[in-house]
Write a protein that binds this ligand. Sequence first.
Ligand code: HEM
Ligand code: HEM
Length: 248
Amino acid sequence: MARKASVDSAALALAAAHGQEQEAVYIYEAPVRLWHWVNALAILVLAVSGYFIGSPFPTLSGEASSHYLMGYIRFAHFAAGYVLAIGFLFRIYWALAGNHHAHQIFVPPVHSASWWDGVIHEAKWYLFLAREPRKYVGHNPLATLTMHFVFIWVIVFMIFTGFALYGEGEGMDSWQYRLFSSWIIPLFGQSQDVHTWHHLGMWAIVCFSLVHIYAAVREDIVSRQSIISSMISGWRMFKDHRPPDDGH
Ligand code: HEM
Ligand code: HEM
C-alpha cells in the first residue's frame, strides 16, 4: 500500500517535472469511502435519536401499551452506536493497512512548519482573505487538523461515554459495564454528568458536520481539485496543470 502511494507521488512528480498534465490520482480506497458514508449515516441516526433521548416527547396519543416509540428510538441509537464503534475500529485498522492517504487524519504532521503554514493559508482562504487556494492531492492541512481534533477525538469520546451509559442498562456483569461504566461514570462524578457530556459531544459533532459539509461543497466549486466526487469514486482530479503543494 505504501508502495502504491510512493508510485502515485513519483508519477505526479515526473508529470510535473515535464510540465505534463496529471489527470487523476487514486487516493481514497474503497474501504475508506465505504466507511465515510456508513459513518455519516450512523451519525445522522445517532444525532436525531440522541436528541429525542435527551428531549423525549412529553406525551403520545393512545394507550401506552399500543406504542413503543421511545423504545424504538433508543434501539435505533444503540444499533447505530454499534455500527459507529465497529466502523471506527475497522477504520483504525485501515489506517494501518491502507495507502498513504488512509492514515492522514490520524497523524497530522504537527511538527512540520510548512504544514502549519498551509493551515494558516487555508484558514485565510476559507475566510476570503487569500486570492488563490493551494493544490492538494490529499486533505488540505486545515481539513486534516479539524478531522483529527474535532472528529477523531470527539468520536472516541462519544464511543467511550456512550458505552459507559449503555453498560448501566446492561448491568454490572456485562462487558460494557466492566470495560467502560466502571471507571468512566466515577470519573465524571455520576451517571447524569456522563449524559450531559455525551449530549454536549453531540453538538460538537453537529457543528463539525455543518462546517464539513459546507467546506466540501464550497471547495468542490472553488478549489483547484475535485472534492465530493473523490469521496465517491476515490479519484482526485485537478483543475490546473501546476504541481500540487503537498508533494504527494
Ligand atoms: C456521534 C455519536 C453519538 C451521538 C451524537 C450521541 C448522542 C446522544 C445524545 C444526545 C443522548 C442523550 C443524552 C441525554 O441528554 O441524556 C445520548 C444518549 C445515549 N447514548 Fe449516545 N450518541 C452517540 C454515540 C453513542 C454510542 C457509540 C453509544 C453506545 C452504544 C451510545 C449510547 C447511548 C446511551 C446508552 C444513551 C442513554 C440512553 C438513555 O438514557 O435512554 N451513544 N446519545
Ligand atoms: C452530505 C454529507 C457529507 C459530504 C458531502 C462529505 C464529503 C466529504 C468529502 C468530499 C471528503 C473528502 C475531503 C477531501 O478530499 O479533503 C470527506 C472526508 C471526511 N468526512 Fe465527510 N462528508 C459528509 C458527511 C460527513 C459526516 C456527517 C462526517 C462525520 C461527522 C464526515 C466525516 C469525514 C471524515 C472524518 C473525513 C476524512 C476521511 C478520511 O480521510 O478518512 N463526513 N467528506
